[in-house]
Design a protein around this ligand. Sequence first.
Ligand SMILES: O=C(O)C(=O)C[C@]1(C(=O)O)C=C[C@@H](O)C=C1
Length: 91
Amino acid sequence: MPLAATLDAGLRDEQVTELDSTIIELVRRRSELVTRLQQAKSLAGLPRTQLGQETEMLNRYRSALGAQGTTLALLLLKLGNRPDLLPSAGA
Ligand SMILES: O=C(O)C(=O)C[C@]1(C(=O)O)C=C[C@@H](O)C=C1
């Protein structure tokens, strides 16, 4: 994209807002999926926490995004374990 277009404030704001909406939707979808996984594990009598998988996930985020990726990953792990922290969809 040409620099002038990238710097156009209106277009830039629109694109950032669109990306934010996508990120919010993905965070919500991830949290809902993990919550269902956790419920299924509980019903099956399996441990809800798998430290090996959490470590791999943290490493993926740190490799891709640096130290702040770890912070983001920890928040995502928390939201999967605490669905009560998210408002219900459409609320
Ligand atoms: O992969 C799983 O089995 C999950 O439950 C997902 C997840 C995660 O949020 O990444 C959540 C809890 C587990 O301790 C490990 C990973």
